[in-house]
Design a binder for this molecule. Structure first.
Ligand SMILES: [Cu+2]
Length: 171
């Protein structure tokens, strides 16, 4: 090895070490909508990606759900998971009751029923549905996203995520 080659190897190794350290020391960035209010959520293999994100209160947001699974998911937002027979079946508090939400395409929201007491966003196989709403200040806090209904979906192990609404009043 020539001296030049050794120096070059040393510099490259140092660069790798620095890059690794920077990566390890940087806290995971929290996903949030861009300036246009749009955040894409990919559903793949019963998982949301990102599984955790935050949105600002009192600002219009568009959550673009891209379902890459080949079956329907019924996604709802809420908190307090209710179990029946040891199985999570629904949320105790439904977030949609606080929202004036619309979808693109229209009509993807299914009104609450006795079986499914929270409004549900129906997303067909390989379909993309955009959910548009402005979270009021009263919804500040952490909410869960989940599907309790699709084939193979079990809230506990699959298709659950977390959305935090941040206050418009804090700096
Ligand atoms: Cu599902």
């Amino acid at each position: 090895m020539t001296v030049q080659a050794r120096v070059l190897t040393g510099v490259l190794l140092l660069a790798v070490v620095i890059a690794t350290l920077v990566h390890l020391l940087t806290p995971d960035a929290v996903d949030e909508p861009g300036r246009d209010g749009v955040l894409e959520l990919v559903i793949e293999n019963y998982r949301f990606e990102p599984a955790s994100f935050r949105i600002p209160a009192e600002e219009p947001v568009s959550l673009v759900f891209v379902n890459t699974d080949d079956h329907n998911h019924g996604v709802t937002l809420g908190r307090g998971v209710v179990e029946e027979g040891g199985r999570p079946v629904r949320f105790e508090e439904c977030m949609f009751q606080h929202l004036d939400a619309t979808t693109v395409p229209q009509g993807a929201l299914i009104a609450p029923s006795e079986a499914v007491p929270c409004t549900t966003l129906s997303i067909g196989p390989n379909q993309t549905v955009t959910l548009e709403f402005t979270a009021p200040e009263q919804t500040v806090g952490t909410w869960r996203l989940g599907c309790f209904t699709g084939p193979g979906c079990d809230y506990r192990v699959a298709l659950s995520g977390e959305m935090t609404v941040t206050s418009a009043e804090t700096p």
